[in-house]
Design a protein. Structure first.
Length: 224
């Protein structure tokens, strides 16, 4: 019951009491007139009214206590909810901070790992390049030496061939000298010329186109 309803009931009860008192006064003021309200009845009515008022007060106090308890419970619930929200906020903040720290550490670890891997790759690449350079140098040196050796060998062979040609030319010159000495005889030179001419004619003309060892003058004997 609200306080306004309680005040209304109390005002109505007070009005009834005032009216009863006024009636009693009027009855007493006019002797011989019948009493409108009996004092005992009025007292009983007042007692019931006081009892109802006390009951209403008790009910109001109980309602107020219940309302206060409900409000206190609601306040405690709100406070607990706020505490839970604060706790959740702190947990979320802590989790976010831990996650950010873990992510940062993970990224740092990845960066260090990547840097180390790149360093190892660079070292391995440099080593392979050095090995390839050394291999290429060795092969170039070997190829150059082989080619130089082959060139020197060919030059030596050419020089030997030139030396042999010079020897052959000396032998040929000696033979030419001997041939010159041989051809210094007129008869021998004529015979050699006839032989050469016969060889040339046999190669140029058919056998029916020329004749050998014929008599150039009538009556002269032909050569055998």
């Amino acid at each position: 019951m609200s306080p306004i309803e309680l005040v209304s009931i109390v005002v109505a009860a007070v009005a009834v009491v005032v009216a009863a008192v006024a009636v009693m006064r009027v009855g007493r003021a006019a002797p011989g007139a019948p009493a409108a309200v009996d004092e005992q009845t009025l007292a009983s009515y007042l007692e019931r009214t006081n009892a109802e008022v006390a009951s209403l007060k008790t009910q109001q106090a109980a309602d107020a206590a219940s309302t206060r308890a409900s409000l206190d419970a609601a306040a405690r619930s709100i406070e607990q909810a706020g505490n839970r929200v604060d706790g959740m906020r702190r947990d979320v903040t802590s989790q976010l901070a831990a996650s950010a720290q873990a992510t940062t550490q993970h990224l740092q670890g990845l960066s260090q790992t990547t840097t180390e891997q790149l360093r190892l790759i660079r070292q391995d690449t440099n080593r392979q390049l050095d090995e390839m350079r050394a291999t290429v140098d060795d092969r170039l040196t070997k190829t150059l030496n082989d080619r130089l050796s082959s060139s020197f060998k060919q030059i030596n062979e050419s020089l030997e061939a030139v030396y042999r040609g010079l020897g052959d030319m000396k032998s040929l010159a000696a033979g030419v000298g001997d041939l010159k000495k041989t051809l210094s005889n007129v008869k021998t030179r004529g015979i050699l010329g006839e032989v050469q001419l016969g060889a040339i004619l046999s190669e140029v003309l058919a056998p029916a186109q020329y004749a050998e060892n014929i008599a150039t003058k009538p009556g002269s004997a032909s050569l055998p």
